[in-house]
Design a protein around this ligand. Structure first.
Ligand SMILES: NC(=O)c1ccc[n+]([C@@H]2O[C@H](COP(=O)([O-])OP(=O)(O)OC[C@H]3O[C@@H](n4cnc5c(N)ncnc54)[C@H](OP(=O)(O)O)[C@@H]3O)[C@@H](O)[C@H]2O)c1
Length: 359
């Protein structure tokens, strides 16, 4: 049986693009114990998972608000009443995105590969003297062409996807403490177990000199996202701040902007065959950021709005998470502030009894 030329090209491109979605599967996933089950699944949209949730008076920060999952996350959180601060490398692009959204939004510039820019962005948010209720670490970079890029001695995926967000969280943590129940939501990827190095974070080769590929580097940085959230969950135990990470699904966004047109076409075909709409792609972020069921759920990893554990992966490796934290602190030391854990007896409804902290 002959197949049409277009179909043949589509299938060839899809096969060539398969590594963008990460190669092998076969990992056993089990529901995470002790987390309330959600009524939502892979088809649920961000609007559906937030229906009936009133976010008036809440402040959300969404990094990477200009396209794809970040834009939809900003749109839906603003629709539900939150004031959303949306970031982009370009203030102009962030402004354009904010203008396309109904509700209260504020654009800010943030280049995650530049710690000075991260600090400036955080200081602008801090100057609002307001709690941050939801900090959604969504912005992401994926290289194309399999050329290793080193910026200031650090591999670029690790820098943008992990270290930039590491500094941002550090600089905004006291604003999350001021919230009634602050939530940190880390948009990772299943690449964290499907295409990261087999042994996990390569502490002896953080710049991935050995066997570099974009897929490996992306997976490495996404594993760092999950482990960062896991460690945050541990460090924030006993506070009202939670931290969780997630895979949004496979969605035809601009995440493949750096690969060639043939692979982009293939990614589009794959996403159409096995992926989600952008509306559904933002659902897990919005669910984890807002669901009343998750007020005390922390250090968990979500797919399709459910907390899961992935067997034989490094996603739950506390020792690796602990070591990654130490290494990340070393690499960003000059940009971090030291935090004292607040004494909760001094707080009421998120406010220090004698007035608002840090204003
Ligand atoms: N799409 C998928 O299938 C998929 C699957 C798994 C995980 N994810 C994750 O989902 C998140 C959102 O991705 P997406 O698919 O929506 O991709 P996208 O359409 O490319 O959006 C990425 C966002 O990140 C921002 N960004 C890129 N580089 C940046 C940098 N150096 N500093 C600051 N911001 C930067 C971009 O903003 P500007 O260009 O305006 O700066 C853009 O708004 C990413 O973390 C991605 O890894 C996506």
């Amino acid at each position: 049986m002959s197949i049409g030329r277009r179909r043949f090209i589509g299938l060839s491109a899809a096969m060539a693009a398969a590594p963008l979605l990460t190669a092998c599967s076969g990992y056993k996933k089990v529901p995470a114990a002790g987390v309330p089950r959600s009524d939502f699944d892979e088809d649920s949209t961000a609007e559906q998972v937030t229906e009936g949730i009133d976010l008036a008076g809440k402040i959300a920060v969404v990094t990477g608000c200009t396209s794809g999952i970040g834009f939809e996350t900003m749109r839906v959180l603003a629709l539900r009443g939150a004031w959303v601060i949306g970031t982009s490398r370009s203030l102009e692009r962030a402004g354009d995105a904010c203008r396309r959204v109904r509700g209260k939004t504020t654009p800010l510039a943030l280049e995650l590969a530049d710690f000075d820019s991260v600090v400036r962005c955080a200081e602008t948010i801090r100057a609002l003297n307001s709690p941050v209720d939801m900090l959604i670490l969504n912005a992401g970079y994926r290289g194309g062409g399999n050329e290793r890029t080193i910026v200031d001695g650090v591999e670029k995926h690790f820098l943008v996807n992990h270290l930039g967000h590491f500094v941002l969280v550090n600089r905004l943590l006291d604003r999350l403490f001021l919230a009634w129940q602050g939530r940190i939501v880390v948009v990772a990827s299943r690449a964290a177990y499907r295409s990261a190095p087999e042994a996990g974070i390569r502490f002896d080769d953080l710049t991935l000199e050995r066997n570099y590929s974009d897929s490996l580097a992306y997976g490495h940085s996404k594993l760092a996202n999950v482990l960062f959230s896991l460690e945050l969950g541990k460090l924030l135990k006993g506070t009202r701040i939670t931290s969780n990470s997630l895979h949004p699904g496979v969605i035809n966004t601009q995440i493949d902007r750096n690969v060639n047109r043939f692979l982009q076409f293939g990614f589009g075909v794959l996403a159409a065959l096995r992926g989600k709409s952008v509306e559904a792609g933002a659902a897990t972020s919005c669910y984890v950021a807002t669901s009343p069921l998750l007020g005390s759920t922390s250090g968990r990893y979500f797919e399709d709005c459910s907390a899961i554990e992935v067997r034989d992966s490094h996603l739950q490796d506390m020792a690796m998470a602990d070591r990654l934290w130490f290494v990340s602190e070393e690499l960003t030391r000059d940009y971090l502030v030291k935090h004292e854990r607040p004494d909760w007896s001094e707080f009421e409804n998120g406010l220090r009894k004698t007035g608002r902290e840090g204003s």
